[in-house]
Design a protein around this ligand. Structure first.
Ligand SMILES: [Fe+2]
Length: 305
């Protein structure tokens, strides 16, 4: 029996990803100069670096950590009521959902936020009602016309249970899956094919983070920019059958996998097509059949708290 308020858990978007990196200055330069995010001069807690790619205060926060990977990720809810519904459902499920102190909300430039450790992946999730915008100074793209932080993919040995949890308890919707391997989920009713992916892994980990770009030239330019800067490319360019996106995967200075993608199917809130189950194999992951470097998604811890 599902909790009656699950249907009220409605998301606006994937808000931000916080990463642990071993060298803050080096990673800040990389995400600014190679990826194309804007680095803010204001620093966060523990000298954290904020980077943005839209009007909101940040899409990425870099923290110093010995083990590179995911510190946490944050979803913006559609409304304060949606955040209330989420808290009520988590309480009924017996999952601790901590109210963030006002000082932390201020530091992270959010209104109200709660934090929980998602039980199936061990990843820390923040859910918040609003992120402040930087007024009067729009984000100006530089090396790539980044539209947004697109999605984050996690891997876990509890793959089927994790998918069930996000669908049945957190009200995510399944857009497509590659059978037994990975499920692409949208943060309902956000129309994007996926804001979160859950994959099967021998141990929990961060698989990759994604930035959506505006045109195919963003990928073409990245090919030559990364070659000049000796940024390792680990997969692509290619095109994903599940979402129709053109993709290009590369490594950040710690070896974390980052993706650019161009184009993505969108779903209506009502009357969305049923989710497809694709047979496992390269043809379900890349129409173009390119090779994958073994370094892809090889690095990326999930911080446990
Ligand atoms: Fe992706």
């Amino acid at each position: 029996m599902q909790h009656p308020r699950i249907a009220e858990i409605r998301y606006r978007r994937l808000g931000y990803v916080a990463l642990n990196v071993t060298d803050l200055d080096r990673s800040e330069r990389f995400y600014r100069d190679q990826v194309g995010l804007e680095s803010l001069s204001a620093r966060g807690p523990d000298d954290a670096r904020f980077l943005r790619c839209g009007p909101e205060h940040h899409a990425v926060v870099l923290f110093k950590g010995a083990r590179p990977g995911l510190k946490r990720l944050g979803f913006e809810m559609e409304s304060p009521e949606a955040l209330d519904a989420l808290c009520e459902v988590m309480a009924a499920e017996g999952i601790a959902c901590q109210e963030l102190p006002q000082a932390e909300c201020s530091a992270m430039r959010i209104g109200r936020g709660v934090r929980m450790v998602e039980p199936m992946t061990g990843a820390t999730f923040d859910f918040f009602d609003d992120m402040r915008e930087i007024g009067g100074r729009p984000f100006v793209p530089t090396v790539a016309k980044i539209q947004r932080l697109g999605h984050v993919v996690l891997k876990t040995p509890n793959y089927p249970d994790a998918v069930r949890f996000f669908r049945n308890v957190l009200n995510f919707r399944i857009s497509d899956e590659v059978e037994g391997a990975i499920t692409f989920m949208r943060a309902f009713p956000n129309p994007l094919h996926h804001s979160l992916g859950i994959g099967r892994g021998a141990k929990p980990g961060l698989h990759h983070i994604n930035f959506m770009v505006t045109e195919v030239d963003d990928i073409g330019r990245a090919m030559w920019r990364f070659q000049r800067a000796e940024v390792p490319v680990v997969n692509g360019p290619g095109r994903h059958p599940p979402s129709g996106s053109m993709f290009y995967y590369f490594l950040d200075p710690d070896g974390l996998t980052v993706e650019y993608s161009f184009g993505m199917e969108e779903f209506p809130e009502v009357g969305a097509r049923k989710h497809r189950v694709l047979v496992p194999g390269t043809e379900s992951l890349d129409y173009w059949g390119g090779p994958t470097d073994p370094r892809k998604s090889a690095v990326g811890d999930i911080e446990s708290v």
